[in-house]
Write a protein that binds this ligand. Structure first.
Ligand SMILES: Cc1c2[nH]c(c1CCC(=O)O)Cc1[nH]c(c(CCC(=O)O)c1C)Cc1[nH]c(c(CCC(=O)O)c1C)Cc1[nH]c(c(C)c1CCC(=O)O)C2
Length: 384
């Protein structure tokens, strides 16, 4: 891959804890069902997985939010469950019910029968999407690649889909910990190979989503989740195309373990809204960059209600020497599917809130140069 100079490197600078002119922004699920153009592409593809498997359409939907919002990074359009799918478990999505697998993995025989997919061959559609997106971005901003953590992938593989109490998984953990370790070790190898293939294909930063690590006790988190993320981080390519490739670890509801997570070798930690940025900074020192902390539901509030919360984040960010990256998880808050007028209105309100947040932030951070992208009202809001 030839290196095109980056026109916007705020995100990578923040991850390297270098000064930035303003806090970079990207959103989890920045491409998704809240966008009418996403729903049109998904309809063209046929299903969510068909959309992921078509590299041109996956590229198209990755770029869609960048046309609407002043974002500082693109995130690969794919899913964390592509690895278990490539292991032969048969991923499918049932409307309104989330992901499901045709086969589950619950016994030591089933765990032993799993093999690590060849990322370049079995997940070639992901790598093709990464290189297509990089080509189309043409240096506009960096591209984030991602994977689920071994623990989080295991929750879906053992339970066969989403779960409230992780009964089968936790039974395996307490009853046959060796089988659990064998499964997690296989997954850690698979995730390492998968992320390295994404980096070789052009991902400029990678994030590991440990969505369900927070469901564990402290000793179990350290033994069954963090340990395997650490193993992955130590096996990742950290230098590619003449640039450092930063790694971000995010354990949802993992605020109590930040000191431990900060020692896992990653460049940055994602935190959710239950942890204050200033507390997080005080606890991890300057070992890592921080991103996140905004409750996605703030986007449903009227702009003047949203602004103070955002400003709180902003002040903490500035105090933290502009080394924090704002990552807004909108996924959980997006209504599905968006068809009825009230839902449309909520969506429009979210969009307005985003604009207002940006404008207020700009107004109140007087040292910052005014960025005209934040003061202009994007055309898209008028058409919504
Ligand atoms: C747990 C998890 C999954 N997927 C993911 C996680 C970890 C993050 C988190 O904590 O939420 C990560 C993910 N999923 C998706 C992305 C794409 C990149 C982006 O953020 O824009 C990313 C980074 C697309 C997607 N992944 C999914 C969609 C919705 C598909 C559709 O209906 O069009 C998208 C855009 C499907 C998915 N995939 C998954 C679930 C639970 C669901 C169903 C959720 C729902 O129905 O809203 C598994």
């Amino acid at each position: 891959m030839t290196t095109t100079p980056l026109q916007n490197d705020r995100f990578l600078r923040a991850l390297a804890r270098q000064p930035v002119d303003r806090t970079p922004v990207w959103m989890m699920r920045q491409a998704g069902r809240y966008l009418p153009e996403y729903r049109a592409s998904r309809a063209d593809a046929g299903s969510f997985m068909d959309l992921c498997r078509n590299h041109d359409l996956a590229c198209e939907v990755t770029l869609q939010p960048l046309e609407r919002y002043p974002l500082d990074a693109a995130i690969l359009f794919s899913d964390i469950l592509t690895i278990p799918d490539a292991m032969g478990l048969g991923l499918y999505f049932e409307t309104g019910e989330g992901p499901k697998f045709r086969k589950t993995v619950r016994t030591s025989e089933e765990v032993a029968a799993l093999s690590v997919p060849d990322a370049e061959r079995d997940l070639d559609y992901v790598m093709r999407a990464v290189s297509t997106i990089r080509r189309e971005l043409n240096g506009r901003m960096p591209l984030i690649g991602f994977s689920g953590s071994p623990w989080t992938l295991a929750t879906y593989m053992v339970e066969g889909g989403s779960s409230k109490d992780f009964r089968h998984l936790k039974t395996m953990l307490y009853d046959t910990p060796d089988t659990m370790h064998q499964l997690l070790d296989t997954l850690a190898h698979a995730v390492t190979d998968y992320l390295n293939a994404q980096i070789r294909a052009g991902a400029q930063a990678v994030q590991i989503f440990d969505t369900w690590g927070g469901a564990l006790s402290t000793p179990a988190y350290l033994e069954f989740s963090l340990r395997y993320m650490e193993q992955i981080v130590s096996g990742l390519i950290r230098e590619h195309d003449g640039r450092h490739v930063p790694v971000i670890l995010f354990t949802k509801n993992g605020g109590q373990w930040l000191e431990h997570i900060a020692c896992a070798g990653a460049d940055a930690l994602g935190i959710d809204w239950s942890t204050e940025l200033s507390d997080a900074r005080a606890r991890v020192g300057h070992k890592v960059a921080l991103q996140g902390n905004l409750d996605p539901n703030v986007l449903f509030a009227r702009p003047r209600l949203s602004a103070p919360k955002w400003l709180g984040c902003w002040r903490a960010t500035v105090t933290a020497l502009a080394t924090c990256l704002t990552w807004v998880t909108v996924s959980a808050s997006l209504p599905t599917p968006i068809t009825s007028p009230p839902l449309w209105r909520r969506c429009t309100n979210s969009a307005r809130s985003i604009t207002a947040i940006f404008q207020r932030t700009q107004t109140h951070s007087t040292q910052e140069p005014i960025d005209e992208r934040f003061t202009r009202r994007p055309v898209v809001y008028r058409s919504l």
